[in-house]
Structure formats: C-alpha cells, structure tokens
Design a protein around this ligand. Structure first.
Ligand code: ZN
Length: 240
C-alpha cells in the first residue's frame, strides 16, 4: 500500500497542483491531508476545492480554524492575522462548512493523523523537540503518527533515548513508535523552497519525503496582487 500524505498547503495553488501531479504520476493507493489547506496564500478557495475533489481523509489545521472564525487569532503574528481575515472573506460558504466538519484527529489503518500534536489537539501545539515528541508518544495507541504544523520535515523515534532524524527516507518499524512530520506543500520552512509531502510505502516499510519544484514566482505574484503582506510572498523564495 502506498499513501501520499500532504498538508500545510496554505492557499498556494501552484504548489498544490505540482504536488498532486507528482504523486499521481508516481502512483499511490490512498491520499491523506494533514490540514492548513488555507491561510497565507492567495488561492484558499481553489485549494479547498482540489482537496475535496481528492476525497481524502483530512484533519483540520489551525489556519483552517482561524479562517472560519473558530480560533482566536490574537496569538497569530500580524501577517498571519491579516491573512486569516483575508482568507475568511475569500472562502465560499460551502468550503467553510466543509472545513468546519473536519476533525482534529483521524485514524487510518495502522496510523494516526493530527495537524499539531496529540495532547489537546485543539490547541495546535508543535512537535519540535524530544520533550514535545514524548507527550505525543504517551498518547499513541498505534506505532505511527503523522503530523504537520511546523512546516519542517522531521521524524522522532521512541527509542531510549528518543532519537530524531531529518533524513528524507524514514524507516518504519512497528516495534518503535514513530512520529513523522511531512513538511509543507505551500510554505516550507526548512530553507528549501520546494514543496514537500510524503509517500508512505507499507511494503518497503518506509516514508519518503518528496520535494517538488513549482512556480514560486506565480504564487508570490498573486499574494502581492491580492494585497496580502509582502513578507508572505518573499518568504516562499527562501523556504522559511
Ligand atoms: Zn501551517
């Protein structure tokens, strides 16, 4: 079985189309979305429609919640806050209702899906350190958990001591609880501007982080033309 897992699209239509083309070309059996379909980029409605058309299992992200008014954005930085209000005005009623219907946690076969982390998933905490990973390991009843949110591909293994890797090929051992952050389609922050997503191949027992070039100039130009904060356009070139 081969799963394509993608998330943190953030309204970046060019990046999403490039990723979808890439995994359809490579061939996968199932597709999964880890949330933050909207927020920051200039095509939130189009991105929601593509994800819905894929008919994939999807968990909600904090920016999805912010755009539909379900999250207090006072904790967002000013650019994210501006983008959340803009996004809310550029989503159809139907798309908002669909975002509203998404769950914080989903289960698929032998793994768990969450946008941020498992303890109080509605708080959207990050898993960026071994300590953070430990809190999620404690709540995992399956050996594998996929997440997004930090926009940095990374995997943690519940060995003694807990080990982590930024390698692009992650071996999955059912005897070792593993958390995989699949990176971001539309706003990577690991200083590599290419869109990121993951393919989990259960036969090979490995997750591979895939990187895809896309038309950054077009996505950045649309952000500028929409009147969204300029740093949201320029950061796409930097991958941070
Ligand atoms: Zn995000």
């Amino acid at each position: 079985m081969r799963y394509a897992l993608f998330g943190d699209i953030h309204g970046n239509l060019e990046a999403l189309q490039a990723v979808v083309d890439d995994f359809l070309h490579k061939g996968v059996d199932e597709v999964i979305c880890l949330g933050d379909i909207v927020g920051y980029g200039a095509n939130p409605e189009e991105c929601v429609q593509i994800v819905r058309k894929l008919g994939c299992l999807t968990v909600v992200g904090n920016h999805d919640h912010a755009a539909i008014g379900h999250l207090d954005v006072s904790c967002f930085n000013p650019y994210a806050r501006t983008a959340a209000f803009w996004t809310g005005k550029h989503l159809s009623h139907e798309s908002k209702e669909w975002l509203c219907s998404l769950s914080f946690i989903e289960y698929c076969d032998a793994f768990t899906l969450v946008h941020g982390s498992l303890p109080s998933p509605e708080l959207f905490n990050y898993i960026q350190t071994i300590r953070h990973a430990e809190f999620t390991f404690r709540l995992m009843d399956k050996h594998l958990c996929f997440c997004g949110h930090s926009h940095v591909p990374l995997a943690f293994f519940n060995t003694d001591p807990i080990y982590y890797t930024i390698d692009e090929i992650i071996d999955i051992d059912p005897a070792v609880k593993t958390i995989v952050n699949i990176g971001s389609v539309g706003q990577p922050r690991d200083e590599r501007p290419q869109a990121a997503y993951a393919i989990y191949d259960t036969t090979k027992a490995e997750v591979r982080i895939c990187r895809v070039d896309y038309d950054i100039a077009a996505a950045a130009k649309k952000i500028t033309e929409a009147g969204l904060p300029q740093p949201l356009a320029s950061r796409l070139w930097l991958g941070k």
